[in-house]
Design a protein around this ligand. Structure first.
Ligand code: ATP
Ligand code: MG
Length: 476
């Protein structure tokens, strides 16, 4: 009986039990009241008989009207009969003691009445008159007492009928509130924990849910399944990461070999020509030396890029405005943009306070993005830089957007890998984005990319101004 379904069933059963109990109770009370009202009518009959009896008692004993003797005896009999019929109920209401007194008063009255009738008929003087009136009064008092007691019982029954549904309602509310609290604790709370954990998964956090328990219901099963799923995803992700790492190392090493091989081959060919060919003119030799220098420079460029990529030395942090760094970097490619017919747009949508950055590295990271953007627009276009607020408070975002060729979705995962390039041999080493990525990471930031093939690409750099502010107190 631990599933949510069975719990709902129990809740429903409790509600029904409450309704049933209150209906039965109410029904019994109403039936009881009805019986009491019927009995009250019978008691009223007894009083009416007694009143009639007392009227004829006056006629016979006070006025001496012997014509009413029959009526008197008939009502006397009727009163006694009614009393006998109701004796159990009377005893129940008045108690045994008072009932006894009531009955002996009635018996006394009967005796006195027959004695008085006898004397009246014989014309003898008897002093029964005043006694019979006393007894009659006493009977009236007992009957009034009986009716009063019955009325107060009826009032009590009506009050019970009015108050019991209220009591049931309050009890029901208390039970319902208790069940609701339990449902909140056992259903709502774990569900909201599950929802929060699912949202974390969508952000790449595969932490397991620590919340309880094996209660054996659907929610525990859900949490267990969720934990299993995150564990599985984590394992798969690690496997994927490992295979991506291996692929990246493959690209990396073959990239280094390939990139360095070309200039080295060229250098050895040039040296060979210079040493073996004695017929070379001075200008030809000077041209070959120039080529030699170009090849050596290319090798140095590749090694520099590699060093930048794996640089672990301290940054040189300065407190600078991002706007200035952006402007200075753009200046370096202004000429290139002009030649290629690329328009430049800049917008700043957040207050720019100076933050701690390594100027030359951040410039290099931006430069790589700018060069890529320009290269992606061989027939011109627009290069836009926007500085705005990031996703989190204290985060600043720099967007570098172009209207170039774009990047196909299946290539997005590889563009930050070292030596990944789609450019022709000699045009690109494939180190630009990996260097940019490493620099932004060093700054405690992150970089993302969105691209639509044929429409353009946006690279977004997120820098944490707060982290930089912390380094303000303790600059490296
Ligand atoms: N703005 C962009 N538009 C379209 N493709 C891009 C853009 N930026 C990068 N790419 C793609 O990502 C690849 C990797 O870029 P990365 O800067 O790392 O190397 P590269 O530009 O090819 O060579 P290098 O920067 O070393 O001269 C590029 O070859 C290109 O295919
Ligand atoms: Mg590049």
């Amino acid at each position: 009986m631990k599933t949510i379904g069975s719990r709902l069933f129990v809740l429903l059963a409790i509600c029904l039990a409450f309704m049933l109990a209150s209906t039965v109770f109410h029904y019994e009370n109403v039936v009881g009241l009805k019986d009491k009202l019927i009995l009250m009518e019978r008691f009223n009959d007894l009083r009416d008989d007694l009143l009639e009896l007392r009227r004829y008692e006056k006629n016979v004993f006070l006025a001496g009207d012997l014509g009413d003797v029959d009526k008197l005896t008939s009502y006397l009999l009727q009163t006694i009969n009614t009393f006998d019929e109701l004796k159990d109920q009377i005893k129940n209401i008045m108690g045994a003691q008072t009932f006894k007194q009531y009955r002996s008063a009635l018996e006394g009255y009967e005796k006195l009445a027959y004695r008085g009738i006898d004397s009246e008929r014989r014309g003898t003087i008897d002093y029964v008159n005043s006694q019979i009136r006393e007894k009659g009064k006493l009977l009236n008092e007992y009957t009034d007492q009986l009716i009063e007691a019955k009325r107060s019982r009826i009032d009590q029954a009506i009050n019970t009928i009015l108050i019991i549904p209220l009591i049931f309602f309050v009890l029901f509310l208390a039970v319902f509130a208790f069940m609701l609290m339990k449902a909140r604790r056992n259903i709502s709370k774990p569900l909201s924990i599950l929802r929060a954990a699912t949202e974390k998964v969508s952000r790449g956090d595969f932490k397991q849910i620590q919340y309880i328990v094996d209660r054996g219901d659907e929610i525990s099963a859900c949490i267990n399944a969720f934990n299993k799923m995150t564990q599985e995803i984590k394992i798969r992700q690690e496997q994927l990461l490992h295979s991506r790492k291996m692929a990246a190392i493959g690209t990396f090493t073959s990239g280094i070999a390939h990139e360095l091989n070309n200039p080295i081959n060229n250098i050895s060919l040039l040296v060979e020509t210079l040493t073996e060919d004695q017929d070379l003119t001075a200008s030809e030799r000077s041209k070959l030396y120039q080529d030699l220098m170009t090849q050596a420079d290319r090798s140095t460029e590749i090694v520099k890029g590699l060093l930048e990529f794996s640089r672990t030395d301290q940054e040189h942090l300065e407190r600078l405005s991002l706007g200035d760094v952006v402007d200075k970097t753009v200046r370096l490619v202004k000429n290139k943009m002009k030649l290629q017919g690329v328009n430049y747009e800049k917008s700043i949508n957040t207050p720019l306070k100076p933050i701690w950055i390594d100027k030359s590295r951040l410039q290099q990271a931006l430069l790589n993005l700018l060069i890529n953007a320009i290269q992606a627009m061989p027939n011109g276009g627009t290069l836009g830089i926007a500085i705005c607020a990031g996703d989190a408070p204290d985060e600043i975002r720099i967007d570098v957007a172009d209207t170039g060729v774009g990047i196909p979705a299946e290539r997005l995962d590889s563009i930050f890998d070292p030596f990944f390039t789609t450019k022709k041999e000699g045009e690109g080493t494939g180190l630009g984005l990996s260097v940019t990525y490493a620099i932004i990471k060093k700054h405690g930031g992150r970089i993302t990319v969105q691209s639509t093939p044929g429409k353009g690409t946006i690279f977004s750099i997120f820098l944490n101004a707060k982290a930089n502010h912390e380094s303000e107190q303790n600059p490296a």
